[in-house]
Ligand binder design. Sequence first.
Ligand SMILES: [Fe+2]
Ligand SMILES: [Fe+2]
Length: 167
Amino acid sequence: MRQMTQDNLKAAFAGESQAHMKYTNFAERAEKDGRPNVARLFHAAAYAERIHASGHLRTLGGIEDTAANLVTAIAGETYEVEEMYPAYKVVADAQGETKALRIMDWALQAEVVHADLYKQAHKAVTEGKDLAAFDIWVCTACGFTMEGEPSDVCPVCGAKREKYRKF
Ligand SMILES: [Fe+2]
Ligand SMILES: [Fe+2]
C-alpha cells in the first residue's frame, strides 16, 4: 500500500475507534438522562463506527492469525506497562493531576494482568491448544482483570465483588 494512504488509514482507524468509544459512553449518559431514543441513535452510530474502524484495520493488514495477534497484543500491553504508563504517571504526579494519576495507575495494573494472560494464551496456541477455560473477571469500576474467582474486594480500587463482571 502507498505510504500516504497507509498513514491516512491509520489516522482514520484511530478516529473511528475513538468515535465508537465516545458514542458508547454518550449512549450510556443519554440513557441516564432519560433519553432512550437518543441513546439508541448513539448506539447505532457507535456500531457503524466500529464497522468502519474494523474495515480500516483489516485493510491495513492489522488482523492476522490468533498466534500473531497475541504477539501484537503482548507487545502493546508490555509497552503500556513498561514505558507508557510509568512515564505518563511521572508527568501526572509532577503536575499534581491526581485524578489522571489514579486512572492511569488503574489501567497500568490491569495491563500487567492482560500481558500475562495473553502470554499464557500465546503459549497454548503455539502448542496447538486453546487457552484453559478459566473464568475471567473484570472490575466494572476500575477495569482490573483477574482469572479464576474475584476477591471480596477489588485489590486495585476497593469495589465490592458484585462489581465484577464475568467473561
Ligand atoms: Fe490491556
Ligand atoms: Fe476495581
